[in-house]
Ligand binder design. Structure first.
Ligand code: ADP
Ligand code: MG
Ligand code: ZN
Length: 477
């Protein structure tokens, strides 16, 4: 079989965290009773006029700057005409020829190093309502609460060449949106949705093959599975002498197959034309500068800085910067205690485990950076052993008490007292004359046995290095 290259381009819809809709004052809050967050504007009553929510433009500029896009000094809205019951106006207000942003990119990590994925455009648009078909079948219902909720559509160049890269791109984009605080990134609930365009071509060929468009993938795993399936399907068709049909397909996660939904519409089918009810949006440099000055440090830059500034391995830097909140927590810890790698280890293991167990974000963890660094400082001083510290940490998570308080209350602490350990060790050797004899006649592997007995006798509190040295001395004297 010949070798093929996959070509993938992604269209992401990110629901924005504004408090009101894009063209009216209705709340964007999720989970409200159906059709209670609606008004004549977002239900498309005749004679009403949309008014643009300025915050949506702010958010779009933020993402544009974060992806190094050109921000259009003047952009306009367009009508995309089609009929569906979730679209009461009969058209969606979106952007077409003059989007808010163009020509950006996102950097992703691949096995071959850092790769730049181009972003063709970012534009603003309104969401449609939600049709509900299954709940009360054979009746269908429609809920317009989501109608008019603001979205950014982010279209990538066809620069992605594997399913891993597609997932890496989506993760990075989602992380940027979440760092910016403009989208909650929830894929299951649809606030971060992705359509994927995919084609294959003979390896090295410059000409793209015919693409299909995939919808309905509500997790990273499903994006990966759907793309993998579709790439293989294209190759099989081409290998058997057939031709790929350009169409839109739905991913069926339970069967693990793509199902044809409709033939691919062309943009002229939508009869796009400039929206006459809205004025063009003029964006001057003062507006852009004010947005820029409020931008947080972005995930990629922060990861690189963590590697450089704290000497962390790339893996640690990646884990710690996955969310802004964890990265902030980490940096606060390092500010309090200059032990970057130890702190990283603690956060990546014990802290993350506690967060998973409790199902909470780090901002709700009862153990503050002060408390965590307090604990690590006690290990550093040799006051408690690493394994003891883990127990103390678990207690801190449960009770919110400080490490010092717990250690005092429980009377634990590392035993560094040589005399105390030496007398315990002597008792142990006396109680095991056979083993002691074997050790002395050359079976030195038994040292572990004796040290283990000593650790047990101290309930694990003996300083392990000291315990081992004392045992050895006594056995060999
Ligand atoms: P449409 O108007 O049909 O959505 P676009 O030109 O907006 O088409 O492209 C949609 C997406 O498809 C973009 O992300 C683009 O990178 C991608 N794309 C375009 N051509 C191909 C191709 N041959 N194979 C895979 N993806 C493609
Ligand atoms: Mg498109
Ligand atoms: Zn409304």
């Amino acid at each position: 079989m010949k070798a093929y290259d996959a070509v993938i381009g992604l269209e992401v819809h990110a629901q924005l965290l504004t408090s009101t809709k894009i063209f009216c004052g209705c709340s964007t809050k999720a989970g409200l009773p159906p059709n209670t967050s609606t008004c004549p504007v977002c239900t498309g009553m005749p004679g009403v006029l949309p008014v643009l929510n300025r915050k949506v433009v702010d958010f779009g500029i933020m993402l544009g700057l974060a992806t190094g896009s050109r921000i259009a000094p003047r952009c306009i809205f367009a009508r995309k005409n089609y009929f569906y019951p979730d679209l009461p106006k009969g058209y969606q207000i979106t952007q077409y020829e003059h989007p808010l942003c163009e020509g950006g990119s996102i950097l992703i990590e691949t096995a071959q190093g850092v790769k730049r994925i181009g972003i063709t455009r970012i534009h603003m648009e309104e969401d449609a309502g939600k049709t509900i078909h299954d709940e009360k079948a054979p009746l269908s219902y429609v809920d317009y609460n989501r109608s008019g909720v603001p979205l950014l559509e982010i279209v990538s160049e066809p620069d992605i060449t594997s399913t891993d890269e597609a997932v890496a791109y989506l993760r990075e984009l989602r992380q940027i949106l979440m760092y910016l605080g403009i989208c909650d990134g929830n894929m299951e609930e649809g606030s971060f949705r992705c359509d994927a365009n995919v084609s294959v071509k003979p390896a090295g060929s410059a000409r793209y093959g015919t693409r299909t468009e995939l919808k309905n993938m509500n997790s990273f795993r499903n994006v990966q599975r759907a793309l993998q399936y579709e790439i293989e399907r294209h190759i099989e068709i081409i290998e058997s002498g057939g031709e790929v049909v350009q169409e839109t397909l739905l991913w069926d996660p339970s069967r693990g197959v793509t199902v044809s939904m409709r033939s691919k519409e062309e943009s002229h089918d939508y009869r796009y034309f400039p929206e006459p009810d809205l004025v063009p949006v003029e964006i001057d440099s003062a507006w852009i500068d004010s947005v820029r000055s409020a931008l947080p440090e972005l995930p990629f830059a922060r990861r690189e800085r963590f590697i450089g500034q704290y000497g962390l391995p790339a893996y640690d830097a990646g884990v710690l910067t996955q969310t802004k909140a964890v990265a902030d927590y980490y940096e606060e810890c390092v500010r309090l205690l200059d032990r970057p790698k130890e702190i990283s280890n603690w956060i990546m293991t014990e802290v993350m485990r506690a967060l998973n167990e409790q199902g909470i974000p780090i901002t709700e963890l009862i153990v503050s950076p002060e408390m965590l660094t307090g604990l690590i400082a006690l290990i550093d001083k040799g006051s408690i052993s690493g394994s003891m510290a883990k127990e103390v940490f678990a207690e801190m998570v449960d009770t919110g008490e400080s490490a010092g308080g717990i250690i005092e209350k429980k009377g634990i602490g590392q035993i560094n007292d040589e005399e105390e350990l030496r007398s315990l060790a002597r008792e142990i050797i006396d109680a095991h004359p056979d083993e002691a004899h074997k050790y002395r006649s050359g079976k030195t592997g038994l040292l572990g046995f004796f040290v283990g007995m000593l650790m047990k006798a101290t309930r694990g509190e003996a300083n392990p290095k000291l315990a081992s040295r004392i045992m050895k001395e006594l056995l060999e004297e």
